[in-house]
Ligand binder design. Sequence first.
Ligand code: AMP
Length: 269
Amino acid sequence: MKICKSISELIKLRRSGGLGDIGFVPTMGALHSGHGSLIQRSVEENDSTVLSIYVNPTQFDNADDLANYPDKNQADHTLAESLGVDIVLMPTYEQLYPDLYRYFVDEKEFSHVLCGAHREGHFTGVLTVVMKLLNIVRPARAYFGDKDQQQLKLIEGMVAAFFLDSQVIGCATVREQDGLALSSRNLNLTAEQRRQAPNFYKALMTSLDDDEVAAILSQEGFKVDYIQTINSRRYGAAFLGPVRLIDNVELNAGLNVGLNNDVQRKVAQ
Ligand code: AMP
């Protein structure tokens, strides 16, 4: 596995033609099995896999969140290599933003609701860095998690709008046994917060309405950013201490059975 700290080196490798069809998995590192599932799929479906690890400052609206973002480079490289990644791209800000973020990709509608309404400039940062990375790597296929559904949909839209020559592939959310969606930020939960965190997913899964779900979570000590259902998909974001959890679930009869009862019983108490 090659660690590529220079964008020009990666472009040279790609142009040499030896990489064949490239699968690309962009991440911010502190890799877990959610990232692992994207990597595995890319390794299966492509001649070579490029993983990027870059904590993109332009998508952070909160300086503390950026400063506390977990950094696990050595473990990340070991996991990536064991899963069959060919190249890890680790660019610097100076390389990725030679324009000092004078140019950016903006979207006028879906990026301004849900997380976009609560994190100023977040999706402009995300879309801009993904556009840059897709232009550098030129993958046949790029893999993104359904856990960040709003991000996935916006990237699909951008790729179509700008005729980018990559296929965007959405991958199912990987969860802990108790339902909590895997996330690098979970590393920053205290033991007590980690115990409480799955209630976020469980509350999203209930057949209660959005306001009731928000009320339950507030009662349980979550600081709710939003709970909102759009086209039968319930999206939510809430803080436990300084850690912001996000998740989304498809609200259909099959999913709501069972897990609901827990929370609904609590409401009834
Ligand atoms: P991040 O490092 O958080 O920017 O995530 C990199 C990619 O991994 C994004 O496409 C995420 O949606 C995806 N991802 C993160 N967590 C999960 C998860 N629990 N299951 C599936 N994909 C995930």
